[in-house]
Design a protein around this ligand. Structure first.
Ligand code: ZN
Ligand code: MN
Length: 462
């Protein structure tokens, strides 16, 4: 039977605002524990939250980049659960009136573009960080003590929920890669999975073609794009095996253990499914002014999905992705603007580390010259950011491929080394390198190696 994979993702990204979501503590990582706290984020009685204006604006901006509608009114809710990392006993989050709804995110693809529905993007505060001591792998099971660091508590988090529109682990990986690039380019988050500033949970199920959705599993705690893809694949394999054995797939939350490639049931606070959401009485609804929304929309740069689509026409889809996902794109664009043919510009930009402030118009003259020595090109690239950089001196470093110029030189070298010539003709073909080396030395490294090789080989045959 041909099972179809069905995946929806829930992504959390830390916003890199200077201060926390509802107090004036500075955000920050790697500080000594519990040094970035105040009565508000420690939930002292009588304190009141004040929303971070920039976090609201950035969430709206992200929502617009994801093609979302921005409703005229959004509401903060209390999501109640009891856990030591949550001193208030609830997380301020959003429930049925989030900041951003009904988006659509395009992921350009080889055969067709994916269009991934975005259910919502909302703003909330992060919990504190718990550290379990002396347990295996920092887990709570077997730990002798648990410590809480409240520095992270109250950091603004944007949560993005997709429709179950992804049809493979590979599609999920691509979507995430592009979403991350978009978030980073908007300048609102570093979105680094290793540092925990980007986290992703996956809802995974399988079904037969034409069927409605079957029971899903939720996968948590996967901390790299490739682990997410492998976790999804592991869940798909396990579910297909259960279905085909006629067994029931029970709704469950799992952790993916990448080392063992296995799924283990997740023990957590999230098992209590009733969060008793109710509107946060200490905060008025957020009503983003239409002028603000339109200003943020107008400020959006050309987004990665659009640039990939634009470059794909010239470079093909795979290289267009590679270009947009690296920091070489600006160099590429500058070279193409200076009339370098796209393929040549791509190869040059990807292979050379062009300084960010290079004079690309001038450097383009170097790229367009096919016969420069490799050393000359590298020195030109290194010099391209110098004030007053000119390609002229490097254009003079053309490799010599003029046979009329090289032939007499080669003849001189062969005449000066009769012993080596005889040995070569007697079968020691490795000596070709010796002759090439001599000729290179005499031309100061400027001979075109390909032409030189051919000429010498020819002369030795004679
Ligand atoms: Zn605080
Ligand atoms: Mn959340």
């Amino acid at each position: 039977m041909s099972w179809e994979t069905v995946v929806g993702l829930e992504i959390h990204a830390h916003l890199k605002t200077r201060t926390k979501m509802f107090c004036r503590c500075e955000t920050g990582f790697g500080e000594p524990p519990n040094t970035r706290t105040c009565p508000v984020c420690l939930a002292h009685p009588g304190t009141l939250p004040v929303p971070n204006r920039r976090a609201v604006e950035w969430t709206v901006k992200l929502g617009l980049a994801l093609g979302c509608d921005i409703p005229a009114r959004a509401v903060f809710h209390r999501k109640n659960y009891f856990y030591p990392d949550l001193p208030k006993g609830y997380q301020i989050s959003q429930y049925d009136e989030p900041l951003c709804v009904d988006g659509r995110f395009v992921v350009p693809g080889e055969e067709r573009d994916l269009e991934i529905g975005i259910v919502r993007a909302h703003l909330e505060e992060d919990a504190a960080k718990t550290v379990h001591v002396a347990g295996a792998g920092g887990r709570i099971v077997g730990a002798t003590r648990s410590l809480v660091d409240f520095n992270r508590g109250g950091t603004p988090l944007v949560e993005i929920v997709t429709q179950p529109d992804l049809r493979s682990a590979e599609e999920a990986r691509r979507f995430l890669q592009l979403l991350r690039q978009t978030i980073v380019e908007l300048g609102i988050s570093d979105a680094e999975m290793e540092k925990g500033t980007l986290r992703c949970d996956a809802n995974v199920s399988v079904r037969l073609p034409g069927e409605d959705y079957r029971t899903r599993w939720e996968l948590k705690n996967m901390n790299s794009f490739s682990f997410i893809a492998r976790g999804i694949d592991a869940a798909v394999r396990a579910q297909i095996a259960l279905h085909e054995a006629g067994e029931e797939v029970v709704q469950e939350t799992y952790d993916y253990d990448a080392d063992a490639d296995t799924l283990t049931p997740h023990r957590s606070k999230e098992e209590a499914e009733d969060y008793r959401y109710f509107p946060e009485p200490d905060l008025v609804p957020v009503e983003p002014a239409r002028e603000l929304v339109e200003r943020l929309r107008a400020e959006l740069p050309e987004l990665p999905w659009a640039r990939i689509g634009r470059h794909a026409g010239e470079l093909g889809m795979a290289d267009a992705w590679a270009l947009v996902m690296t920091e070489r794109e600006a160099s590429y664009d500058g070279l193409v603007e200076a009339d370098v043919e796209p393929r040549a510009a791509f190869n040059f930009a990807m292979n050379q580390s062009i300084p960010p402030n290079a004079d690309l118009r001038e450097l383009a003259r170097v790229v367009k010259e096919p016969d420069l020595t490799r050393a000359g090109i590298e020195r030109a690239v290194a010099a391209s950011a110098n004030p007053g950089f000119t390609a002229d001196e490097f254009l003079a470093e053309k490799s010599v491929s003029d046979t009329a110029e090289l032939e007499p030189l080669i003849e001189r070298i062969l005449a000066a080394n009769p012993g080596q010539v005889e040995a070569y003709r007697g079968g020691k073909e490795g000596l070709l390198g010796f002759f090439v080396g001599q000729a290179m030395k005499e031309t100061g490294g400027k001979a075109n190696p390909k032409v030189l090789n051919e000429l010498i080989r020819e002369k030795l045959k004679a």
